[in-house]
Design a protein around this ligand. Structure first.
Ligand SMILES: Cc1cc2nc3c(=O)[nH]c(=O)nc-3n(C[C@H](O)[C@H](O)[C@H](O)COP(=O)(O)OP(=O)(O)OC[C@H]3O[C@@H](n4cnc5c(N)ncnc54)[C@H](O)[C@@H]3O)c2cc1C
Length: 383
């Protein structure tokens, strides 16, 4: 029997599940999500869960503000506790140039009512007394930022979408994108074709591969990122903010009373998501250099996942004019978890009405052709 849907979504990470849920809420017909592995098994499940409003472009700030509202009402809306902890985000600067950039961006964010402020090394010492500060000249701090639980949030969207009639097929890989008369017409999968007039590429770091299947150049590549977690630390009596050494692209936050910190970053694109245990000593040395108390801590676990990087480190959202019926919501470049809720709502609006309640056209694929990349310095370097 031929399998059909009105809309097929490729990928069941935060982005695919949020789009599916919002499509159902907004009254779409039959929606089917195809996931090659399990819900939340991709980048989302590997994420640090960081949620911040500290961005430098209008659209990224708006995506954060909208998502923040959605994280706050998630318990009521989806019936799951997203475990959202507003512990704050603290960026630390080593050079006057970095501090000046933080200052300009804080002024920009304050215009949106975001409670962000410039902090001195003495302030930082009060917030995170165990951090080595001799080369830190200041920072920027927003107590309303924080982190949530990626698995709970994504499963919340998936379960709510299912309750509204969305089908989610796990362990079924998309192997091709069907085209008919110059339009997207569905997907070929490991378990047969699914015919649908609308196909959404929400494959995260694999968004480029899905693009290839559709004959569309989607410039998204995977880059391995690693995380390590220590056992409980007596010094974390009060939970620290998600703290970023901007100069060294290194961050930490608390996790179950211990310290979760970032490990090495691959400079070359790779689909490898194995933990590089061989170089653990170097990762620990980097961490100890900034947070000396980690010298005594035991590493309990670690994992690796793929950042979903686009050429300008920003998401690619929208329709593909060259292939009607084919939509992109991929390449979030390390901030897809925090923007996943708003992305889902806006993509659903776009697919169903052709319009969005927030102008997301600056994130269209076309920007790479017309030479209008987004300049967002507060990405890539941190969570
Ligand atoms: C170590 C690490 C830390 C991070 N920290 C943060 C953070 O603090 N805050 C933040 O906002 N973001 C963070 N990110 C980035 C964030 O995880 C991603 O931007 C976000 O999860 C992207 O969501 P997604 O749904 O687009 O992708 P994914 O979660 O990767 O979902 C895509 C899904 O598509 C599936 N798929 C791919 N190809 C196919 C196919 N051919 N057929 C069927 N299914 C397919 C995959 O299996 C996957 O489940 C981090 C990422 C990593 C790796």
């Amino acid at each position: 029997m031929t399998e059909t849907a009105d809309i097929v979504i490729i990928g069941a990470g935060i982005v695919g599940c949020s789009i599916a849920y919002h499509l159902a809420v907004q009254g779409a017909g039959s929606v089917l999500v195809v996931e090659k592995d399990l819900v939340c098994s991709g980048a989302t499940g590997k994420s640090a869960g960081g949620i911040r409003q500290q961005f430098a472009t209008d659209l990224n700030v708006r995506l954060s503000l909208e998502s923040l509202k959605m994280f706050h009402r998630m318990q009521d809306e989806l019936g799951v506790d997203p475990a959202f902890r507003q512990v704050g985000y603290l960026f630390m600067a080593t050079t006057p140039r970095e501090l000046e950039m933080f200052r300009q961006q804080a002024e920009f964010q304050q215009r949106y009512g975001i409670p962000v402020r410039i902090v001195s090394p003495e302030d930082i010492c009060r917030i995170v007394p165990y951090v080595r500060l001799d080369d830190i000249i200041g920072g920027v701090y927003c107590p309303a930022d924080g982190y949530a639980a990626p698995y709970e949030v994504t499963m919340g969207y998936a379960s709510a979408a299912r309750r509204l009639g969305v089908r989610i097929h796990e362990q079924r890989a998309v192997t091709g994108v069907l085209r008919e008369g110059g339009r997207a017409a569905g997907v070929e999968t490991s378990r047969g074709p699914i015919h649908a007039p609308i196909v959404v590429n929400a494959a995260g770091p694999e968004g480029g591969l899905i693009g290839e299947m559709a004959g569309v150049d989607v410039p998204v590549k995977p880059y391995r990122r690693q995380i390590f977690v220590t056992g409980p630390l007596a010094e974390f009596t009060e939970e620290p903010p998600l703290t970023i050494d901007y100069h060294r692209s290194w961050y930490f936050r608390a996790e179950m009373g211990g310290c979760l910190f970032s490990g090495p970053k691959d400079e070359e694109s790779t689909f490898n998501t194995n933990v590089d245990w061989e170089h653990l000593a170097e990762s620990v040395a980097t961490a100890v250099a900034r947070v000396p108390i980690l010298e005594e801590a035991e590493i309990k676990r670690g994992w690796a996942g793929s950042y979903d990087i686009s050429p300008d480190n920003n998401a690619i959202l929208g329709a593909v004019p060259a292939l009607p019926g084919f939509y992109l919501a991929t390449g979030h470049s390390g901030h897809g978890f925090m923007h996943g809720p708003a992305t889902g709502k806006l993509m659903a609006e776009l697919i169903l009405t052709g319009k969005t309640s927030m102008d997301i056209s600056s994130l269209s694929l076309d920007r790479f052709r017309t030479g209008k990349p987004v300049r967002e310095p507060m990405t890539m370097h941190e969570a």
